[in-house]
Design a protein around this ligand. Sequence first.
Ligand SMILES: *[C@@H]1O[C@H](CO)[C@@H](O)[C@H](O)[C@H]1NC(C)=O
Ligand SMILES: *[C@@H]1O[C@H](CO)[C@@H](O)[C@H](O)[C@H]1NC(C)=O
Ligand SMILES: *[C@@H]1O[C@H](CO)[C@@H](O)[C@H](O)[C@H]1NC(C)=O
Ligand SMILES: *[C@@H]1O[C@H](CO)[C@@H](O)[C@H](O)[C@H]1NC(C)=O
Ligand SMILES: *[C@@H]1O[C@H](CO)[C@@H](O)[C@H](O)[C@H]1NC(C)=O
Ligand SMILES: *[C@@H]1O[C@H](CO)[C@@H](O)[C@H](O)[C@H]1NC(C)=O
Ligand SMILES: *[C@@H]1O[C@H](CO)[C@@H](O)[C@H](O)[C@H]1NC(C)=O
Ligand SMILES: *[C@@H]1O[C@H](CO)[C@@H](O)[C@H](O)[C@H]1NC(C)=O
Length: 676
Amino acid sequence: MLLPNQTMAPLLILLLFLCLGSLRPTASADEQFSFNGFTGANLILDGMATVTPNGLLQLSNATSQLKGHAFFPAPLQFHNGTAAMRSFSTAFVIGIIGAYEQLSSHGMAFVVSKTTNFTAALPGQFLGLVGSANNGNASNHLFAVEFDTILNSEFDDMSGNHVGIDVNGLHSVAADNAGYYDGATGAFRNMSLVDRKPMQVWVDFDGRTMQVNVTMAPLQVPRPNKPLLSTTVNLSSVIDGTAYVGFSSSSGILFCRHYVLGWSFRMDGAAPPLNVSSLPSMPVTFPKPRSRTLEIVLPIASALLVFAVAAAAFVLMRRRRMFAELKEDWETTYGPHRFSYKDLFHATDGFSDGRLLGIGGFGRVYRGSLPKSKSAEIAVKKVAHGSRQGMREFVAEVVTIGRLRHRNLVQLLGYCRRKGELLLVYDYMPNGSLDKHLYDQTKMVLSWGQRFRIIKGVASGMLYLHEDWEKVVLHRDIKASNVLLDADMNARLGDFGLARLYDHGTDPHTTHVVGTMGYLAPELGHTGKASKASDVFAFGAFMLEVACGRKPVVQDARDNHLVLVDWVLDQWRAGKVTAAVDPRLGGDFVEHEASLVLRLGLLCSHPLPAARPTTRQVAQYLDGDLKLPELSPTYQSFNMLALMQDQGFDPYVMSYPMTSITAGTMSQMSDLSGGR
Ligand SMILES: *[C@@H]1O[C@H](CO)[C@@H](O)[C@H](O)[C@H]1NC(C)=O
Ligand SMILES: *[C@@H]1O[C@H](CO)[C@@H](O)[C@H](O)[C@H]1NC(C)=O
Ligand SMILES: *[C@@H]1O[C@H](CO)[C@@H](O)[C@H](O)[C@H]1NC(C)=O
Ligand SMILES: *[C@@H]1O[C@H](CO)[C@@H](O)[C@H](O)[C@H]1NC(C)=O
Ligand SMILES: *[C@@H]1O[C@H](CO)[C@@H](O)[C@H](O)[C@H]1NC(C)=O
Ligand SMILES: *[C@@H]1O[C@H](CO)[C@@H](O)[C@H](O)[C@H]1NC(C)=O
Ligand SMILES: *[C@@H]1O[C@H](CO)[C@@H](O)[C@H](O)[C@H]1NC(C)=O
Ligand SMILES: *[C@@H]1O[C@H](CO)[C@@H](O)[C@H](O)[C@H]1NC(C)=O
């Protein structure tokens, strides 16, 4: 296909154009091409990459821990004659759809590479470009412009929303937050890579001055004059004669879809402009952004509130109906666990706002005192419960759980049932939930001694649920806000075993909120099946949270999502894991206890369930009855593992020896005693 000279190129383009029509890709030899949509395009694809029926080049397909590449099939001549580099220019339109609003897996890149064989490259933060051993190695002969949606401190990323120019590795030679300079005012406008909207990018390289410019803008915005990035990179030794051009993308633990909608390229001249109006459109496949739902729900909720107040006044006039309960014959056997609504109503001053302890994902919790035994302080949780289906089984479960007794569990005293509503009665915990003590600036900072006792208490409660009672009870929702503190600041696990109830409840989305993301074990998304190991995973996140005083996944002021486990891992790799301890303790903590808690937290956060310690081992490590094995050096190379995901990735991880997260890791962990 090589052309003898440049003059024939326009003719050939015209011919192709006439033959194939404007939507078909047009490619004039190896010097210039243009795809407005990729239907019928001849590309070298690998991994997750496919061309969708409507012509999108889809580089990643909502599978975790995989790579996807797409390259123009012919290598291009980047050097003419001896040393002189040729100039090139490319324009493309990309779009990223992540699992959550403003949160996606790692990102994608435009690539100029000596080879199309990326089998040795890693997914996740490596963007499918390099492996951990050859990152930055000059023998990679790789130039890339990355669109990186996650902050990785190991590559000195500036933010979780940046564009970078990469040479042979992931430490960008130049980077900036995604955005553009407004043509009229010259003001910088931020863009979000993960807002699910298409964006256009131009990359221009001048072979004489070695200057590379990267410019981007939302699809509707014309090309800005001032580039986002402009730097000089001597590519003459990086690009070795010929090279392939294309795209790379990778997923981590989270869902994501990376798309290219259109792409043009030209040697020795400006890339042909893309026809924006003929590009295929991006799908809208993931759930609507949560804030939109809230916007709709809030007005409805306030309207409902007004309505509820009016209804309440009406109901007040009919006391009889007010205390109406649902009671069926089969419940008589549960007599002692059944509370009357009237008693609960009076105990809580009619569920008055003054008695409101908090609003959880599934209902409001009120403080009450039972008249019969003046001292008995209770907490009453009101759960909306529409379905009658499964009610009998559920009540049986409540009663079963009511029989659990342990000093580190919040005692469930009983229940009451009304139409569409269920009330659960618990022991009252005067010191409230742990998360308030961790994050509320007005509260006294919990000392290390208190924290360590809380962690050991929760471990002991979890052990009772998993091993020491007659039946295995899975908690399913271990997190700081479910740990309550009694009058003596003893930790007590609340809300256990009832997750299934909530499946029938009103707010099934709660578990998908970013805040609880870090607690959900990777395999949960895959199998949906809770296990002791998934509780241990959540407990690992909990331990780190208590020791560091930071949420498992936080969003910083610049909108970056920081994953606590990754950060603790960084400290551990740097040789001082206790640097992660909550700074508010002012260094006042017991070094070996803190080190134990943090390393055990990492161990419990292992992506593979089989590699996590058992519940009993966790308790033994914490009690000092068992020596914690050193973390295996294989921990070096994984990242992002605390993030919740919707799909398992064990088989994929296993196929990448570099990440070394294999089932054998557990035994390696016990064998290895070197390292830190
Ligand atoms: C994603 O791509 C991988 C690799 O080609 C494939 O095995 C997997 O089935 C795809 N998943 C979906 C949901 O299409
Ligand atoms: C190389 O490119 C320059 C302009 O960039 C041109 O003047 C020169 O003739 C080219 N040399 C060859 C051998 O194609
Ligand atoms: C791709 O590279 C790997 C090693 O990185 C090698 O084992 C494999 O044979 C290569 N595949 C091809 C088709 O060249
Ligand atoms: C770079 O890669 C080459 C070939 O893969 C290898 O021989 C060399 O040791 C690597 N250099 C570094 C600094 O790792
Ligand atoms: C890069 O941008 C600067 C400023 O707009 C411009 O002067 C220069 O010619 C551009 N270089 C390339 C290679 O496009
Ligand atoms: C780029 O590097 C090569 C050697 O690798 C050198 O000969 C050339 O002069 C450099 N070009 C520029 C513009 O710095
Ligand atoms: C762009 O695409 C539209 C729709 O396919 C078509 O009508 C229009 O002629 C195209 N414009 C150019 C300049 O090719
Ligand atoms: C753009 O975003 C960055 C980082 O998120 C922030 O520092 C900067 O202030 C923002 N700029 C504008 C103009 O909003």
